[in-house]
Ligand binder design. Structure first.
Ligand SMILES: [Zn+2]
Length: 401
């Protein structure tokens, strides 16, 4: 059967397969998918592929789904990878290092997170790198608004809160130093290649900018994913961010009135992204590890808790490759390096618009006890509001019924 299927589909895949790899990616090891053989039914695979991971036919010609197996393009000139499906009604949990909520041990009502290992990933690097990573602005002599430092502050508030609920907590960074050992100067060759791949000119200033991006984003996130997947091996990764609207010049940023909240789940690969062999492999690994149901259930509870605590409206995407996960618009699927590389359920929080007038004033107010009137309304300190809402949301999700 396998031979017949390969023979029929191979020519199709041979022509559409591509040797393309994303910047700093290594060629994937397709045998990593062997552990998922016969764990998912054709119907389940198709539904996840079409609704969440590769909407609008993005995988056509690269992943051909049959009744008994799927034929997946690997590298040009190499045979496709054949994934065999479980018979209808016989799907089973694949091997994985993380536990689902249902697999957690029995736990007391006041320790709903007992047995759960959480990795907190405070987004970006912050500190002296914040200007380079374009996550910094200041108005006159105001307190600078630095996303990397703000999310680290939230992460540090979260540690005792999550531990009190019974969780084991690890961080991908505890300060403002990069996890990656590479620096922009070592990435100039890769930067020039990345620019050419995008069809852009590799001028010296463009190479400098691109090498910085490869450092603070690509290399840094890849290193954190390595730490999470091989050392921490948590049941859940929580990516902490503050959102922003375009602010223009960081020394004279524009403040806006919009302020909103949303969460991201890994998904919504575009056709172009799936043409990269590493991304196709990562998407399949994510899909086959069946993290989506965990991610959706946990994020739903978190979104509800956080919307109530902050009063923030949802952020509604009007373009780009996204999949709306909840009717209210608080949860979206997007393919980001910062969520797809973690091989376990990932919750990615994007609350508060840093350059909204209101959040700017709350950041200026800093860390304080109790309630202060800010922008005409009584408010708690923004870091504690964020941390308390996340802790309450996780407790609500993992509490036994
Ligand atoms: Zn961010």
């Amino acid at each position: 059967m396998r031979a017949i299927l390969t023979a029929i589909l191979f020519p199709v895949l041979l022509h559409s397969a591509s040797a393309k790899l994303s910047p700093l990616a290594t060629a994937p090891d397709w045998s990593e998918l062997d552990k998922f053989q016969r764990t998912i039914t054709s119907a389940e695979f198709k539904s996840l592929l079409e609704k969440i991971y590769a909407p609008d036919g993005a995988s056509a010609g690269l992943i051909v789904v049959g009744e008994k197996s799927a034929c997946i393009a690997t590298s040009p000139g190499k045979p496709p990878y054949i994934l065999e499906f479980a018979a209808p009604g016989e799907s089973k949990a694949p091997p994985r290092f993380w536990k689902t909520r249902a697999e957690l041990p029995a736990r007391p009502a006041n320790k709903p997170l007992a047995g759960l290992k959480i990795a907190l990933d405070p987004g970006h690097i912050g500190g002296k790198w914040a200007k380079m990573e374009e996550r910094w602005f200041q108005i006159g002599d105001s307190v600078p608004v630095v996303e990397g430092d703000m999310v680290l502050r939230v992460a540090k508030l979260l540690i005792p809160r999550l531990q009190a609920l019974g969780a084991e907590v690890a961080l991908t960074r505890t300060g403002s130093e990069p996890a990656t050992k590479l620096r922009p100067a070592q990435l100039r060759k890769a930067a020039a290649a990345a620019l050419r791949e995008k069809g852009e000119r590799a001028t010296p200033s463009a190479v400098t900018k691109e090498s910085e991006k490869l450092f603070y984003r690509t290399s840094e996130i890849r290193r954190r994913a390595e730490i999470v997947n091989t050392t921490i091996r948590p049941d859940l990764v929580l990516c902490l961010h503050f959102n922003a609207e375009p602010w223009g010049n960081p020394a004279r940023p524009s403040l806006v009135s919009e302020n909103h909240l949303h969460f991201l789940i890994t998904g919504a690969w575009s056709r172009k992204e799936l043409e990269y062999e590493d991304q196709r492999h990562e998407m399949l690994y994510k899909l086959l590890s069946r993290s989506f149901d965990e991610e959706k259930a946990a994020t739903k509870t978190l979104a509800k808790t956080m919307a109530a605590a902050t009063g923030l409206p949802p952020y509604i995407y009007t373009g780009g490759t996204v999949v709306r996960i909840d009717p209210a618009g608080y949860i979206w699927a997007r393919n980001l390096l910062a969520n797809r590389l973690f091989r376990c359920p990932v919750i990615y929080a994007e609350p508060y618009v840093m350059n909204s007038r209101e959040v700017f004033r709350r950041v200026q107010a800093g860390d304080f006890e109790g309630v202060k009137t800010i922008a005409g309304r009584p408010r708690r300190n923004i870091y504690r509001e964020y941390a308390d809402a996340i802790a309450a949301g996780l407790a609500a999700h993992y509490r036994l019924p």
